[in-house]
Design a protein around this ligand. Structure first.
Ligand SMILES: [Zn+2]
Length: 263
């Protein structure tokens, strides 16, 4: 009996020590998690304040916007249109613009999916597929126009585009017009050179499952458009990013926390 009692006493002693250690561990874990969450929310708050100070709309807390930015053409086999002296490739302009749009979208709090980030060939059908697979919210394809004569900016949507696509295209065009373009050629439906009645679309517009448009950012064959493109590259990109975020809010994809964008 005596032996048994002593055994029981030692047993409880150990349990109390174990419990104390257990409680201490739990306290440390909770303190650790609190510190991590605190640091994270402080960072987010600081980011939000910074973005708000720049007077642009930022994507509200807890909101998610995934934008697929498609730099047209790419790689040796597909350099797109050429300038008149053949020194300038459309694929380079498209990529430079895509990187700038990506930067500004991220500053506004959006996530960005790039169909290409370097000078490489990407199949035309693969581009909308990437956006569909990632469940992107908005698709924007960036191109430059070419012709013997002609200048200005136009934005293309499907010939039977839903209102959502037209809204996106109109917002982008309006924003670019405000920055300064040689000519506003309006929202275009279908595929260049075809009557909308022919029911032909750009592949990226036709195969993407989300609101989409294809921006022709001036003519690479027009000197004035090239000067404007180089001078305004960052301003055009910022404007496109802001128009995308503004459109996403108008399409009820996200809420924005600052409505200073009014283009
Ligand atoms: Zn193109």
């Amino acid at each position: 009996m005596e032996k048994h009692n002593r055994h029981t006493f030692i047993y409880w002693d150990r349990v109390i020590i174990a419990l104390c250690i257990f409680v201490l561990i739990i306290i440390f874990i909770v303190m650790g998690i609190k510190a991590i969450i605190g640091a994270f929310t402080d960072d987010k708050k600081n980011d939000a304040v910074q973005a708000a100070n720049t007077d642009t709309a930022i994507i509200g807390e807890g909101q998610k916007l995934l934008v697929c930015v498609d730099a047209g053409h790419g790689g040796e086999g597909d350099c797109g249109a050429l300038s008149n002296d053949e020194s300038r490739f459309e694929s380079d302009d498209d990529l430079n613009m895509a990187h700038a749009v990506e930067k500004h979208l991220k500053e506004l709090g959006a996530d960005v999916l790039m169909t290409r980030t370097e000078d490489k060939y990407v199949d035309l059908y693969q581009r909308p597929e990437m956006a569909n697979d990632a469940d992107a919210d908005i698709f924007v394809s960036l191109h430059r126009n070419s012709a013997e004569t002609g200048q200005g900016v136009e934005v293309w949507v499907n010939y039977d585009a839903p209102d959502d696509d037209t809204l996106l295209a109109k917002n982008i065009l309006k924003g670019l017009d405000k920055v300064g373009i040689s000519q506003n050629r309006g929202v275009q439906y279908g595929y260049q050179g075809y009557d909308p009645a022919a029911k032909v679309n750009y592949v990226v517009n036709e195969k993407s499952n989300m609101p989409s448009c294809l921006v022709e950012l001036g003519f690479i064959t027009d000197d004035e458009d090239n000067i404007l493109f180089d001078k305004n590259l960052d301003a055009y990109a910022k404007s496109i990013a802001e128009s995308v975020v503004k459109s996403a809010e108008e399409l009820n994809i996200i809420k924005i926390s600052n409505k200073a964008v009014q283009n």
